[in-house]
Design a protein around this ligand. Sequence first.
Ligand code: SF4
Ligand code: SF4
Length: 349
Amino acid sequence: MIFRVFEKEELRQLFDILSDHNRVVGPVEAGRDRNGRPVYAFSDVREFNDIRLNHTVTKLPAKRYFLPFKEDLATFTIEKDNWHKSIAYNIERPFVLFGLHPCDINALNKLDKVLLHSVYPMPYYAAKRKNMFIIGLDCVPQPYCFCRSMGADTALHGFDMFITDLGSRYFVEILTDTAYNFLRHIRTEEPGEEDHILYMKVVAERNEKFTAHVDTTDLAKILDMEFQSDVWKYWGDRCLACGTCANVCPTCYCYGVEETVEINLKGARKTKMLYSCNVIDFAEVAGGHNFRPERHTRLKYRYYHKHRGFVEAFEESLCVGCGRCGESCLADITVPEVIASVRGSGGNE
Ligand code: SF4
Ligand code: SF4
């Protein structure tokens, strides 16, 4: 890894260079909540001034740019006795993700394990993932962020360059030669000793700001032991089965595939749609049998996939602790509270 520092106004120039030939997606202010606080979202950005470098966690992750909620996998045209199948990976040109926080970079790294490096990689995901240039950005922990407990508060890989705000200038970690070549177009310099000291001070101050916490010690084993626990019924009875938690989650990738045929029998399509394991028909199979008709069973399996099954497969949790699911849940179901109650240290054990 190479380190450099640069003056803040240089970032605007870097943005202009990148946006000259690429689509740039970054955090913008999408509106205000009922308390007047800004709501942030990832969106296409054409002007540097539209990017909010001080953004807090966006309501939705950047997932839709590489794992769209709805995507055609194949289309079919039928003429006379011939039919033609067409496959598009739905990526027109390379794009830049400008300002991804460490939790969201770690979420991408986890998705890669399943969708890029597993026995059956997903070419639709791979095509987008390989055409992404990622600029990571440090963040200010919010009261609901427990990424530190999940080991996702810093990103060691999965980005091209990562920027940390030192106050008067930026400290940048360079991971790829693409990033190195882009940075040659702006003025940067070797960090001095005082930059390193300042960087460590900034990191230490950020670490002080984490307040939410999840005890993950032996969690996979504890989940095995508590499979029949009443806590699942408690949380399941509160759950509205709306599926919001999976929609806002940067690591949820479960999907269903639907095949439709045009009424004139001249065309058809196969469409992938992201799904949520909490909605009522998630485990319904052909013939109408539903393996998980009860809300508490579905909610339980969501937690078991994140904190038990994924750990067994990849030695890490499928949760990065971004806190989005808890912040968006109308039933106030949060990961720290659910895990604490399963461990017997919350109020609902
Ligand atoms: S967002 Fe909350 S209420 Fe909706 S499915 Fe998820 S846990 Fe249940
Ligand atoms: S489960 Fe919740 S806290 Fe964990 S990564 Fe998904 S949205 Fe974030």
